[in-house]
Design a binder for this molecule. Structure first.
Ligand SMILES: *[C@@H]1O[C@H](CO)[C@@H](O)[C@H](O)[C@H]1NC(C)=O
Ligand SMILES: *[C@@H]1O[C@H](CO)[C@@H](O)[C@H](O)[C@H]1NC(C)=O
Ligand SMILES: [Ca+2]
Ligand SMILES: [Ca+2]
Ligand SMILES: [Ca+2]
Length: 327
């Protein structure tokens, strides 16, 4: 099956829950073998876009504004984009001391992320709530997601839809806290975005281990860990980062040094409690724009670095770089 076809089937059959998986599939199939595959169930990033400021600030824009707003800004003239950024700066400065602190920035980014998640749930809601009663039963979800497969099972398929459906059902049952097999908005949000919910962490870890654990012993050993990120081509010399990952595994991931990751060690890996995307992004934005290095941002500092925070019609950093390369 060609990549395009595979993606089409994938999107049609399992779009809702497997958004991250699709991304991983698309990314890995289009990238060179030596590139790092993105993990299926890492803590939800602030944006699905790659974070590489050498190329563009698209990730920062989505983290700062949310996906929808980021798109809106790209349609604006540079003047209008900066005018609105100025208004936003006033909103971020909640204690009104005239500066944006790292904490204020972090709270703003967290809020953008929350809005993005609830927006994406709202967006999908109508598709699943077939009887329009304001709740989504497992039967409704199953019907919409796997209906065409159940009606007419393909004779051959790259994916085991029965397996995926059972997995979805297991996750749905965990999200469904009151056990009526019907999800209200909160429960459905936990189902679609489990990484954001404490009580979903175990099932996320379980799914991750199942994905990577090829010999089925319930653990991730070094070979499986590396195999999940890197498949060596014939005769290719192992790239540097793979060696680094091996070392990471032995030194940090496998904490009790028994040569494999158990549930707890896997949890520390994919959902580290000491790492917060919003905090990291706030620190990053501060670092990028704090011209006088006093640890807080004036409106002028932010506007001087507007391209880091928001896009606009003309100011396309990526394009500028391209042009630079050409001439
Ligand atoms: C799915 O829902 C449609 C519309 O409500 C219904 O006609 C159909 O029988 C359902 N299919 C399955 C497999 O539940
Ligand atoms: C598909 O998955 C189901 C449930 O995990 C399993 O029972 C079945 O054997 C699998 N089928 C194939 C063809 O692997
Ligand atoms: Ca319920
Ligand atoms: Ca271990
Ligand atoms: Ca400053």
């Amino acid at each position: 099956m060609r990549t395009g076809e595979r993606r089409a089937v994938y999107v049609r059959m399992v779009r809702p829950v497997f958004v991250f998986l699709i991304l991983a599939v698309v990314v890995s199939s289009s990238s060179k073998p030596t590139e790092r595959k993105s993990r299926v169930h890492h803590e939800e990033p602030l944006s699905a876009l790659e974070h590489d400021d050498q190329k563009n600030f698209d990730y920062d824009h989505e983290a700062f504004l949310g996906q929808e707003e980021a798109k809106t800004f790209e349609q604006l003239t540079p003047e209008e984009s900066q005018r609105r950024l100025g208004i936003i700066v006033d909103k971020i400065d909640t204690n009104r001391d005239g500066f944006v602190s790292e904490e204020e920035l972090k709270a703003w980014i967290k809020n953008a992320q929350r809005k993005h998640i609830s927006g994406s749930v709202e967006h999908q809601w109508k598709d699943f709530d077939l009887n329009g009663d304001g709740r989504i039963s497992w039967e409704e979800y199953k019907n919409v997601t796997y209906g065409s497969y159940l009606d007419d099972p393909p004779k051959e398929s790259e994916y085991n839809y029965t397996h995926m459906m059972l997995r979805d059902e297991r996750r749905f049952r965990v999200a469904d806290r009151n056990g009526d097999l019907i999800a209200d908005k909160q429960e459905f949000t936990a189902f679609l975005h489990p990484e954001e919910h404490e009580y979903m962490k175990d099932v996320v870890v379980q799914e991750t281990i199942e994905d990577i654990d090829k010999n089925g012993d319930g653990f991730i050993d070094l070979k499986e860990y590396i195999g999940d990120m890197y498949i060596s081509e014939n005769g290719e010399k192992e790239p540097e980062w793979v060696a680094t990952e091996r070392q990471q595994f032995s030194e940090f991931r496998d904490k009790n040094k028994d040569g494999k990751m158990d549930k707890e060690e896997t949890m520390d890996w994919i959902l580290p409690s000491d790492y917060d995307h919003a905090e990291a992004e706030a620190r990053h934005l501060l670092h990028e724009s704090d011209a006088n290095q006093d640890g807080k941002l004036s409106k002028k500092e932010i506007l001087d670095k507007h391209e880091v925070f928001v896009g606009s019609q003309v100011t396309d950093f990526g394009e500028a770089l391209l042009r630079h390369d050409e001439f």
